[in-house]
Design a protein around this ligand. Sequence first.
Ligand SMILES: Nc1ncnc2c1ncn2[C@@H]1O[C@H](COP(=O)(O)OP(=O)(O)OP(=O)(O)O)[C@@H](O)[C@H]1O
Length: 919
Amino acid sequence: MLKFSQCVVLTRVGGFYELYFEHADEYAPLLNIKRTKRRTQRDSKRPAVSMAGFPAFQLDRYLKILVQDLNKHVAISDEFLNDAPTKARGEPAYTRRVSRIITPGTLIDENFMDPWENNYLLSIHIDPEVLKRGTAVKESPGTRSVSSVLNLPRTEVGLAWIDLSSGDFLTQTTDIASLPSAVARINPREVVLDSIFQEAEHSRMVSILQEDGHIITFQQPSEQPLTITDWIPMLEDVIDDFDSANFTQGEVAAGGSLLHYVQHQLLGSTTRLQAPVRHQSEDHMSIDKNSLRALEIRSTIRDNNYEGSLLHSLKKTVTKSGTRLLTQRLSAPSMSLSTINDRLDLVEEMIDYSQLRQDVVALLGRTFDSLRLVTKFTVGRGDADALMELSKTIFTTSDIVNVLRDHSTSRKSIPIDPKKATTEIRRRKCLPALERRFDLRQPLELAQRIQEAIDEEGLSEYHRIENDEAAEMVDIAQDVLGREAGEEDLKPLPKRIQPKPHMIAPSFKGATDGRDDVWIMRRSASKNLERLHDKLDSMIEEKSTLEKELKKRLRADSLTLKWTPNLAHIAHVKGKDATRVTAHYPKSLSSSKSTRSFQVPEWTQLGAQMDETRYRIRNEEQRVLGELREEVVRNLVRLRRNAAVLDELDVACAFAILANDNNFVRPILNAGTSHNIVGGRHPVVEAGLEDQGRKFAPNDCLLDDDERIWLITGPNMAGKSTYLRQNALISILAQTGSFVPAEYAEIGLVDKVFSRVGSADNLYKDQSTFMVEMLETAHILKEATPRSFVIMDEVGRGTTPEDGIAVGYACLYHLYHVNQCRTLFATHFHALTDLTSNFEKLGCHCNDVAEEPDGKFSYVHRLRKGVNRESHALKVARIAGLPEEAVVMAAEVLQKLKSASPHSSLLSPPSARSSELAN
Ligand SMILES: Nc1ncnc2c1ncn2[C@@H]1O[C@H](COP(=O)(O)OP(=O)(O)OP(=O)(O)O)[C@@H](O)[C@H]1O
C-alpha cells in the first residue's frame, strides 16, 4: 500500500480479493461489502486491523465501481505459486505481487467496459514555460480570475492517445486555443499530464480540462523520456505506415509520456499497439467543443444522455467496433472530397442493392468485436472463448467477401446508363476496392486450426460447471470472509466449498477441482494431447476393472472408487457392505452408521497417476492455447485490417438504412463556400415529432456569395434554434459520408463548425452566463475562417437589451467583414436587422405565428424572407402556466414599452467603424 500509494490495493488470498487498513474502512461501504477487524498472526498484541473482501470471480463487478464509477486507480496484487526449491527452503507456497494497475484509461478487456465506445487514454504535451507565461490574472481577495485558456498565446500542443482495448494509437498537433475542442472530440476516459503542470501555478489548462469533466492523472516525468524508436517494441510488427519523421516534437513528447505511463501501469506486460496514425487537423472538419455539445452530437445538452443525441438517432450499425468508427467519423468529419465521395458511393450502392445490404448486415451481426479480441492476445490474455469468437469472425468475414464478390460479378453484367457513365463507373469500383483490402488467406488457416483444436461442447460444459460453482460461492462468500476474520457466530461451511488453494495463474484450473474430465481441447489438438488422453482412457478402464474386482472380492456391490477434497482417493461403501469390508480393510478414514470410506493402495496409486495425467493434459491444453495465441499475434496486422474493413461496411450499411428509412438524399460536396439546402430537416427533432404523430416543416437555406449571413427573427418557439442546428448538422453529416435530411443539398466543404447556443452555461463553474457567452463568442470570432460555418443563437441575451444589441451588432460586423464565413444568426433583437441594413450580403428571414379570429394560434415553422418583430413571448408564457394576472400585467407593460420605443435611437445604421461603436 505504501508503494502503490495512489491506488486502492486489492490483494488476492485464495479465492478472494481483500482490502486492508484504511482501504477497507473507506471502500467497504462504497462497495457495499462487509468490513471486519482482524488481528495479525505476527503481532497479536497490536490492535486488530480492518479488512474487507469479495470472491475473486466478482473482481469485475467491484473494479467497475472503483475504476469506472469512482475513477480510482486499482493495484491488483495476485497470488503466484512458488517454485519447488523455494518451497523446499520452507518459504511460503505463494508469492504475491502487483501484476497490474487499472485506471479509467487503461482498461483492456474488463467486462464492464462500454463495448460501443473507445476507451481513450490521452497525453497532452505543452512547453511548460509557455504556460507559465500565460496571461494569468492573479486572484486577490474579492476578485476572481476570469481569463481562460483561450487567452493564452498561440502555442503548439502535442497530443497522443491510445485505446488499450483496441490498440488504436493516434497523435495530433494543435494549438492551445483549439485544445479544449480537440480533447472534447477525442473524449478520453483519462488524461495524463506531467506533474509539472500540477505545480505551475499559472496553469489554467488543468482547471479548464477539469471543468470540462476530464479525469486527470499527474505523472512524474520519466528521467529518460522515451524517444520515437522506443515506441517500436510496443507496436505491431508490420509498421510500414510508420515514419518517425511524420511526427512533431510535441507529438513525440506526448506519445513518449503516454507509453511511459502505460508501461508503468502494465508492470512489465507488453502490448502491441497499432502503428500510430497522425490526425491531421486540416484533413478533418473541426467541431468545437461547444458545437459538439450544442448540436447534441454524442449526448443531449440537458442531461448528457446518449438517448436523444444525433449519434443515437444515426446508430443503425450492428457491430460494436462499427459503432465506434461511426462516433469517430461523426466527431471528425472529413475535409477530403474524394474520401467523402468514396464513402457516399458505398452508401448509395447499399441503398440501391437492398439484398446485398441485408446479406452483409446479417453476416456482420454474426461477427465478434475482433479488434478488441485480437488486442487481448497482445497483452497475453485471450482464452479459448476468445479464440473461438475470433475464428467464427474470420469465417464470417470470408462469407462477406464472397457476397461482395458475387455482387461485383453480377453488377458487371448490367449495362451502364450512358447518362450516368462517370458516376456509375466510379461507383462500380467502390466495392471491389473494399474487397481487395481484405487479407484472408493466413487468417483462414488460423481459424481452421482454432476450430480443429478447441472442443466447443467441452468448453460450454466447462463454463456450466464454473457458473454453478460461482453461484454457490456467492451465497457463502461473505461468511468465509467473516470466518477468516475470526467471527464466532458463523455456521460451519459445507465441505465441498472449503476454500482450496488455487493453481498458478488465476485462469488456470487445477487437475482435481471438480471439472475432472471436461476438456476444452479436442484430443487431436496435439500429438502429446492424444497420447495423454489415450493414457487416461486406459487408466479409466483400469479403474473400472479394479472397481469390479474389488466389488467381487469384498462382496460389496455398493463399492465405488472416488476422490474427495478431504480424503483424496478412497473406496466408499454403503449399508451392509460397510461392515462386510471391515475384515479386509479395518482402518477406516471416515464412517457413519451406514457408510464407510477407506483407502485401497492400488486405487491410491492409480488415482494419483490419473491426477498426474489430468494435470498434464491441462498443461498441454494451456500450451496449445499459448501456441494459438501466438499465432493470433502473428496475424495481428491482417486481423486488424480486416476488422477495419468490416467497420467501414457496417457504417455504410447503417447510413444506407438511415437514408432509406428517413428519406435522406445524397449531398453534393464541392470546394466552394456555399450552403444550398432545399427542404432541410433536423433529423432528431423530426424523429421526435413523428413519434407524436406530428410533421416537421422543412426549410431551405441558401448561403452563398450573394447572401453569406442569414439573420433569423421570429416568435419564441417557432423553430429558430432548430433551424440553426439542422443546417450545421447537415454539413456535418454530409462530410461524415452520410446522406442528409433534405430534398437537395449542395455544400461547399466546411473546415470548422462553431456554435454559440447557450443552455450549457451551468456547465461552467464560477463564471457568469454573460461571461461564458462572451468567452465562446470571442473564440468564434478569433477562429472562424471564410470556409467555416457559424451558428449564433441570441448572442447578447445575457445582458441589458442595449448592451446586447451592441454586442450582437459587433459580432455580426466582425463575422461579415473579418471572418467572412457562412453564418446563421438568430435573435430577438429586431433592431439588429435595421442596424445591418447596409450589409449587402446579409439576408433577413423569419418565421411566424398564425392567429385565428377565435384567438387560437399556431406556429408557422416555415421560414420566409423578411423580419418578424413579434416575439409572441406572452403566448409561450401563458402555455407555460404563468398566472393569468401576471400575463395580463406583462401585456400592459409591453404595450407601454412599445409606445416608448426604447431603441429608437439605435434604429439607424451606425458608422461601420467598430471603434466608434465601442465608444
Ligand atoms: N421546422 C419545424 N417543424 C415542426 N416543428 C418544429 C420545427 N422547428 C421547431 N419545431 C418545434 O418547435 C419547438 C421549438 O423550436 P425552437 O426551440 O427551435 O424554437 P425557437 O424559435 O428557437 O424558440 P426560442 O426563441 O424561444 O428559443 C421544437 O422543440 C419543435 O418541437
